[in-house]
Write a protein that binds this ligand. Structure first.
Ligand code: C2E
Ligand code: CA
Ligand code: CA
Length: 269
């Protein structure tokens, strides 16, 4: 049902309150990074994780879908992405200190953030300053619908790749993650959107998945399925040739210490 005038006004007020609270919350360390592990569908081994931000407020954990669109509109998103990257670099350092290897950690970058001409340079400097290199870190991006933004996004993505970082196309098969953007940016991986993955096991979808994996192979890209919720999804994806997967079937996103414990268990498996 369409949102009424009062509903829209209330939501506007809530959005404004979130934007106003953001700076203080950032300074107070209220944003935490959680990790959703990615697994190899053939071997079952841990291959890395996606970093997902959470906002700890008095009323509980606020999911990113609630505040990221607001921060994108206000331009505050770049500061949040940088904070997430700082925490991820700190955690990679911590895992290394424990003589363990977490695999490759992927960090989401907002396309609003990447619209800034100096975005890649700042991101590269932040990671280099923390001593984190290419093989340990990748960035997930979604394509922009606007043509003018698309050129800028491609330029920033190519700069990140030139620094040795992986660049992955997020939400492939949904919204504006199009074949056109695959031609424009030499992505290292495709992340299959959960709207496709949720239909894995249906004959027509399985053909689409197999063709997508083959296309990715020919373009030199890995495929990561996200939103894998059942054993049947995992089996169908494996049959389609998909190698990497994440989703509730394997693990929900974990707070950092729980992720560290998982990395530790995997090392002794
Ligand atoms: P996304 O990048 O597509 O992230 C995957 C989302 O799917 C996560 O939601 C994750 O918790 C959820 N998920 C994982 N496995 C399953 C599953 O099996 N079933 C279902 N139904 N969902 C699953 P989350 O953490 O709420 O994040 C939502 C979105 O917020 C992300 O979507 C991403 O676009 C954005 N986001 C999260 N963290 C950051 C960040 O640090 N920076 C930026 N710019 N965006 C972020
Ligand atoms: Ca993502
Ligand atoms: Ca996604």
């Amino acid at each position: 049902m369409a949102e009424g005038l009062w509903g829209r006004m209330r939501r506007c007020g809530q959005d404004r309150a979130l934007a106003l609270a953001f700076g203080g919350a950032l300074a107070a360390g209220r944003f935490q990074v959680w990790y959703q592990p990615k697994f190899d569908l053939d071997t079952g081994g841990l291959r890395g994780a996606e970093a997902l931000v959470r906002w700890q407020r008095a009323e509980g954990l606020v999911p990113p879908d609630r505040f990221i669109p607001v921060l994108e509109r206000t331009g505050q998103i770049a500061a949040l992405d940088a904070e997430v990257l700082r925490q991820v670099c700190r955690d990679i350092g911590e895992i290394r200190r424990r003589q363990l290897a977490p695999g490759c950690i992927s960090v989401n970058l907002s396309r609003r953030h990447l619209a800034r001409p100096d975005a890649a340079k700042r991101i590269g400097a932040l990671a280099a300053g923390a001593g984190v290199g290419g093989g340990e870190l990748a960035f997930e991006i979604t394509e922009s619908a606007a043509e003018s933004d698309a050129d800028r996004l491609a330029e920033q993505a190519c700069r990140l790749r030139a620094m040795g970082f992986g660049v992955e196309m997020d939400d492939f098969g949904a919204g504006s993650s199009t074949l056109g953007s695959l031609a424009r940016i030499p992505f290292d991986a495709l992340k299959l959107d959960r709207s496709l993955v949720g239909r894995a096991g249906q004959p027509r979808m399985d053909e689409i998945l197999a063709c997508t994996v083959e296309m990715a192979r020919r373009l030199g890209m890995e495929v990561v399925a996200e939103g894998v919720e059942t054993a049947a999804h995992a089996q169908a994806l494996r049959r389609a040739g998909c190698r990497l997967a994440q989703g509730y079937y394997f693990s929900r996103p974990l707070p950092r210490e729980e992720f560290f414990a998982l990395v530790q268990r995997e090392a002794t498996r």
